[in-house]
Design a protein around this ligand. Structure first.
Ligand SMILES: NC(=O)c1ccc[n+]([C@@H]2O[C@H](COP(=O)([O-])OP(=O)(O)OC[C@H]3O[C@@H](n4cnc5c(N)ncnc54)[C@H](O)[C@@H]3O)[C@@H](O)[C@H]2O)c1
Length: 355
């Protein structure tokens, strides 16, 4: 039997969404922006990306209180060419700026086949897949890049320089599941280490080095050290790629200068790069969809290696989790619920209901 702080309770998605909106508006976020942020966090919670969902609320609210994230800022959109736009995030929530950017990219893609949006002076936007989903809901393919604060050494280096910046992209399908790739270029996302720390768990020893450069299973020591890139120089190169497209190109911070979300000294200045693409540029939409369905069937129907029961398409495990959590609720430990309710109490918002 788990100790009380680690006991798991299932929260109804609608209760969680309303709770998060209440905490956000209590901290000065406009109702419109609170809806966007709460929905994006809920999408991560539903897809099982617990590291990038509502549990991040305390750290985001801390940044508002420290005056390094502006809850009232309204990002500004400028049109550069008919298929290119930019957003100055003005230090608003990354969710708000990126949502606005993807909305514009989709509009341009509907009209001209492709839409590209560069975003600067933004903040962490959590799980990239919510942007891929936003595009898929509009019937679009997408590329979703962001940079992030230093957490990885570059290949051959020993101190943090590049971010664990996820690379994400997607494509709609017909009757099968869409393709949704969303992966950090580290062995594991740093949020998984924060989650292990919160839950008092150990981490696998191939995730990170401690500050002396030794392998560690202790999340606190790992957070003082460096994450390990996946695939050695290849993971390191992907992280540099995210910085080229999201940081250098946009006019935001880059080359190790994005502020860590837990550093209260200055705004994060994150950059993002979003592309929406109409899938029927080179063939009928029905042809495209049936080719995607065929690809799905070939992938999941592939011969299985020993010990594997089922092969999944990228994004499929998260979609199955979402279906389950929509029905059963989202699991949170009591310690996580208490931390969220502390936030609610501090601004007089309604607390999170749980059984
Ligand atoms: N905004 C930021 O700065 C930031 C930084 C780091 C991570 N993140 C987020 O953290 C999340 C976690 O990233 P991650 O790299 O740990 O993800 P992950 O390793 O859990 O998954 C990576 C990809 O592999 C696919 N996948 C996983 N297991 C699979 C299997 N058995 N079969 C087929 N496909 C499979 C997933 O669908 C996903 O597309 C992402 O949502 C990412 O956007 C955000």
């Amino acid at each position: 039997m788990a100790e009380p702080s680690q006991q798991v309770h299932h929260i109804k998605p609608a209760d969680l969404e309303a709770f998060v909106q209440g905490v956000l508006t209590g901290n000065g976020v406009s109702p419109e922006h609170a809806i966007t942020v709460a929905r994006c966090l809920l999408m991560a919670d539903l897809r099982g990306v617990d590291t990038h969902g509502s549990n991040r609320i305390p750290s985001y609210m801390k940044r508002i209180r420290e005056k390094v994230l502006d809850p009232t800022a309204v990002p500004e959109l400028s049109q550069t060419t008919p298929v290119v736009a930019s957003v100055d995030g003005k230090n608003a929530f990354g969710f708000v700026s990126a949502h606005m950017g993807m909305e514009r990219a989709i509009e341009m893609a509907k009209e001209f086949g492709i839409g590209m949006v560069s975003i600067k002076h933004s903040n962490h936007f959590g799980m990239s897949a919510w942007l891929v989903d936003q595009a898929i809901d509009a019937g679009m393919m997408s590329l979703v890049f962001t940079n992030s604060s230093p957490a990885l050494p570059v290949w051959g280096g020993k101190s943090k320089l590049m971010g664990v910046s996820p690379i994400a992209c997607g494509a709609p399908a017909g009757k099968e599941r869409p393709f949704i790739l969303d992966m950090a270029p580290s062995v594991a996302a740093r949020g998984k280490i924060y989650k292990a720390l919160r839950r008092g768990e150990k981490i696998p020893t191939d995730w990170a080095l401690d500050k002396e450069g030794n392998l560690t299973d202790d999340p606190a020591s790992a957070l003082e050290g460096v994450m390990l890139p996946m695939g050695g120089p290849k993971g390191s190169a992907l992280s540099i790629m995210m910085d080229v497209f999201s940081g250098v190109f946009s006019g935001s911070a880059f080359a190790g200068h994005v502020t860590n979300p837990y550093d209260p000294s200055k705004p994060a200045d994150v950059g993002h790069f979003l592309v929406a693409i109409k899938p029927d540029l080179f063939m009928d939409l029905e042809d495209f969809k049936s080719r995607m369905d065929y690809l799905y069937q070939r992938v999941v129907g592939s011969d299985k290696m020993g010990g594997v029961d089922r092969i999944y398409f990228p994004g499929e495990i998260e979609q199955i989790t979402r279906d389950k959590r929509l029905a059963d609720g989202i699991p949170f430990t009591r310690a996580e619920i208490d931390a969220l309710n502390e936030e609610a109490k501090s601004v007089g918002a309604a607390s999170l209901k749980f059984d």
